[in-house]
Design a protein around this ligand. Structure first.
Ligand code: WQD
Length: 337
């Protein structure tokens, strides 16, 4: 079976391509290389001994998307990662985010709705919950007003999919990620942030390798046990495996609704200071950091209730925070060699 993975050379996308190929799927990757590199294809091939078909397409080009689906009319499923995803950048340049994240989604759905059946996995985010009232967060937690244009594009994306699935043969699963971290155990693929990392774990690993002076911890005056924010850090390979399971659920027509939603996390919350301590343990080195002011838009705490994914998908995250951090550190050392 042929599966399209958009953004398939990105961080989560590339790990998902590996798991799809491990399961015997034929994969076609679309990526515009705006936040990734073709060298990732080599990493995927080194792991799976199979190179996915790659087409460099910008999904904002409607004609290019149409031509792609004419050429690849035998696609059985689509996993859609391609999107801009930097929260801060989205605040400074909202139209870039609305154009890229929404137009790309619309053009793909326009092609899928012409098919007799279509299976569509959407990369969503726990950002849609904003600061949820109750922890751990379930899929029924209310969607809060978006805290950034990036988060809004995820909310709008989910709404578009729900409306389109009502009037088409598309079946969809929305996967709401918590905080993906780490890298494949081979260290052949991993996170490749461009410029100064916005996210905690790549900044930590770049500090530990000497690329960054010290980590700035954005506030320690939050109402949490140690004053720093709490998140649910999930190993990217665990996350990738959940995508394959969700896709198979649709291919085997096991879905009970046209659109199903799942939170993908470990179910455990870790504070920034706990992540630092865990990283120091696995890297056997002290991490230089300083406490600075809070970062605009940060929620105090967000970690997943994973009961639904465990029960319905039969999926559970396996890796611990330390194992995920160890894989991130191994990748950082490999990349800097
Ligand atoms: C985690 C914690 C920071 C950097 C974002 C998006 C989310 C998803 C993952 C795309 C927070 C603190 C961070 C640093 C720090 N992205 N921190 N110093 O903000 O939870 O989620 O990335 O899908 O949609 O919102 O992740 O890693 O940026 O921050 O203290 O240099 O680490 O304040 O508490 P976040 P993050």
């Amino acid at each position: 079976m042929k599966i399209l993975v958009t953004g398939g050379l990105g961080f989560i996308g590339s790990h998902t391509v590996v798991e799809l190929q491990n399961e015997g799927f034929d994969v076609v990757v679309i990526d515009n290389l705006s936040n990734s590199s073709e060298t990732v294809l080599t990493g995927i091939e080194n792991i799976t001994c199979k190179k996915p078909i790659f087409e460099q397409i910008d999904l904002r080009e409607k004609r290019a998307v149409q031509k792609f689906f004419q050429k690849h009319s035998d696609i059985s499923g689509v996993i859609h990662f391609a999107a801009s995803k930097a929260v801060g950048e989205s605040v400074e340049n909202p139209l870039l985010y609305y154009e890229n994240n929404i137009h790309s989604l619309v053009y793909i759905l326009q092609e899928l709705q012409q098919k007799n059946e279509a299976n569509f996995i959407f990369s969503s985010s726990c950002t849609v919950y904003g600061q949820a009232e109750a922890m751990p967060i379930t899929e029924n937690a209310p969607i809060q007003p978006a805290m950034s244009p990036y988060g809004n594009t995820k909310q709008i994306g989910e709404e578009i999919i729900i409306e389109v699935c009502k009037v088409s043969n598309i079946n969809s699963i929305l996967l709401r990620y918590f905080n993906p971290i780490g890298a494949h155990s081979s260290a052949e693929i991993g996170e490749l942030p461009i410029g100064v990392p916005q996210n905690l774990v790549p900044f930590i690993s770049q500090t530990a390798i000497g690329l960054r002076q010290e980590l700035s911890v954005y506030g320690n005056d939050y109402p949490t046990p140690d004053g720093t924010c709490i998140r649910d850090y999930i190993h990217v390979v665990d996350l990738a495996k959940a995508h394959v399971i969700a896709l198979q659920r649709l291919l085997q027509k096991k879905n009970v609704e046209k659109v199903e939603t799942f939170n993908l996390g470990t179910g455990t919350g870790s504070s920034v200071l706990e992540v630092i301590t865990a990283f120091e343990k696995v890297s056997h080195q002290k991490l230089p950091y300083k406490i600075v002011a809070r970062r605009e838009g940060d929620v105090v705490s967000a970690y997943a209730n994973t009961d639904k994914a465990n029960r319905v998908l039969g999926w559970k995250a396996n890796s611990s925070l330390e194992e995920a951090l160890e894989s991130a550190w191994k990748w950082e050392q490999k990349v800097r060699l």
